[in-house]
Design a protein around this ligand. Structure first.
Ligand SMILES: Nc1ncnc2c1ncn2[C@@H]1O[C@H](COP(=O)(O)OP(=O)(O)OP(=O)(O)O)[C@@H](O)[C@H]1O
Ligand SMILES: [Mg+2]
Length: 503
């Protein structure tokens, strides 16, 4: 995928915006994380936990002291000493009884053993077995020396105290570690966060790129089309894909190119017409001058002949009438050529097109009535709205144009010979234009010829000059409007004249 310079710029802009905002989020986010972390882990909580542990420790210390005292008391018990003191005659039953009595007296003592210090031989040992249950008690064995005997006292302490102490200790320990590792934990989160943000930036860039592609591609199309227009190709028309600003730009571009095309066509046509006018003037001049001498000469020959050769006289009569007829036709042609050559420029004045059409129609209606025997009557109508349509026109020249159009229409209807010939002159407003249409139900103009009919000297009629529509188009263009030849619904021709409305 090759990026255009414009796309690079957009990509850079998106990256800058994304990076700045996400970096902001990163800084704020880390700070917020640290702070919320500090709220959860604060030193007071740690201190309290430590305090709890202290209580347990004190408890255990006092327990230990008690145990020591109990061990001392048992080791120094006078009656036990007494039972043992009788060197020669120790009564084992007496010793055991005394030990049992001591076990009864000290409920937290589980076992008392008397061991010979030198050989470690156990001499006596009494116990309360349920006090030695290791699942319920923690056992501490304390030893006391007394006259060669080692007195071992096993003290049982409830195990649950130790478990509690252990739990409290663990909690405090974990807490301490957490406190020490705050930075480590937040750094770990920070890493994840940065990776997440990077992925997010890439994602945003990908989405933004695909969105902006649609815009840049269309902008590139306009740029490309502008180049083509610059090199003189005015046939460019861009597709309008949406209603956004780029769509607007495309529409404006198309309008601009269309306007350029119209005005280029206008200039082309007018300069062509002007060349033809020049040609018509010279032609009229060259033909007009010899016509009179030709006519005079043939008349002279005809007059001078006094002979009696009837056949020759007949030929002479024929020649004179043919020459006079042809000279008359040439004179008419010369007249039309020179009036085309002398066609003045249109001078525009404010006018109401509706009024103009109604006025023109008064004389136009007569065009439909038969000129010579055998001509069919053609119904010529005018359809105009009531309200005024303000335009700027040269009424005389425009009247001549409408006259030409209606005359052509009547001729076309007669040539096609429909039973009921109809020609309709319509005037109406459409957007910023005034429309003047002449429609007939004749044979119509083939699509291929619809452009050519406006060319000077283009005619399909035996006695036509082909200048009528050329004059019409020249005049309409000078009005800042245009004219086109279309096919009417019924198959006839439709000439649509478009004139700008007066500002
Ligand atoms: N209403 C129409 N229906 C059919 N064809 C038409 C119509 N108007 C014009 N044309 C065609 O366009 C040609 C050119 O018309 P234009 O008015 O320029 O010259 P013309 O009518 O032939 O000659 P002139 O106007 O000198 O009599 C006509 O010869 C005819 O073929
Ligand atoms: Mg004509």
């Amino acid at each position: 995928m090759k990026l255009t310079r414009f796309e690079w710029k957009i990509l850079a802009a998106i990256f800058a915006v994304g990076a700045v905002s996400l970096l902001g989020a990163l800084v704020l986010g880390t700070r917020a994380m640290r702070e919320s972390y500090q709220v959860g882990i604060n030193h007071q909580v740690g201190d309290q936990l430590e305090g709890g542990l202290e209580v347990y420790r004190a408890y255990f210390a006092s327990m230990r002291e008690n145990a020591e005292r109990t061990a001392d008391a048992i080791a120094n018990d006078a009656r036990l000493q007494a039972t043992l003191a009788v060197d020669s005659d120790v009564d084992p039953g007496g010793v055991n009884r005394r030990l049992d009595a001591l076990l009864t007296r000290y409920p937290d003592v589980g076992r008392i053993s008397l061991v010979l210090s030198s050989t470690h031989v156990v001499l006596y040992s009494r116990e309360v077995s349920e006090r030695l249950d290791r699942t319920r008690y923690r056992l501490i064995t304390l030893e006391r020396e007394n006259a060669g005997l080692s007195i071992s006292v096993t003290i049982s302490t409830p195990a649950e105290r130790f478990a509690e102490y252990q739990n409290a200790g663990e909690v405090a320990g974990v807490y301490k570690r957490l406190l020490q590792n705050t930075t480590y934990v937040t750094d770990a989160y920070l890493g994840v966060y940065i990776v997440f943000l990077l992925v997010l930036i890439l994602l945003i860039m990908a989405i933004a790129m695909s969105l902006s592609r649609r815009v840049t591609r269309r902008v590139a199309l306009v740029a490309e089309a502008t180049k083509r227009v610059g090199s003189g190709d005015l046939s460019v028309v861009l597709p309008i894909e949406s209603k956004d600003e780029v769509g607007e730009l495309t529409r404006a571009f198309n309008d601009m190119v269309r306007d350029m095309r119209t005005s280029r066509d206008r200039i082309d046509y007018l300069s062509r017409v002007s060349a033809w006018q020049d040609f018509a003037r010279r032609l009229a001049h060259e033909i007009k001058n010899p016509l009179t001498p030709i006519q005079l000469a043939v008349q002279e020959v005809h007059r001078r002949y006094t002979g009696s050769d009837l056949t020759f006289k007949k030929s002479l009569d024929d020649a004179r009438s043919i020459i006079e007829e042809e000279v008359a036709t040439l004179r008419r042609l010369v007249g039309e050529f020179s009036s085309f050559a002398k066609l003045p420029e249109a001078h525009l004045d404010d006018a109401d097109l509706v009024e103009f059409a109604n006025e023109a129609f008064r004389t136009l209606a007569a065009i439909g009535s038969p000129e010579k025997a055998g001509d069919a009557l053609v119904d010529v109508r005018c359809e105009a709205p009531n309200g005024p349509i303000a335009v700027r026109i040269d009424a005389m020249m425009l009247k001549r144009c409408v006259d030409n159009l209606v005359r052509n229409a009547v001729q076309a209807v007669r040539a096609a010979g429909p039973a009921s010939g109809l020609v309709v002159l319509t005037v109406r407003q459409e957007g910023s234009n005034a429309l003047l249409e002449v429609q007939d139900n004749g044979s119509g103009v083939a699509a291929a010829d619809q452009m050519r009919v406006f060319d000077p000297y283009y005619t399909t009629k035996a006695d036509g000059t082909g200048l009528g529509l050329a004059i019409v188009k020249k005049v309409v263009l000078e009005h800042g409007g245009d004219i086109e030849c279309l096919s009417a619904k019924g198959g006839g021709a439709l000439f649509r004249m478009r004139l700008p409305l007066a500002k």
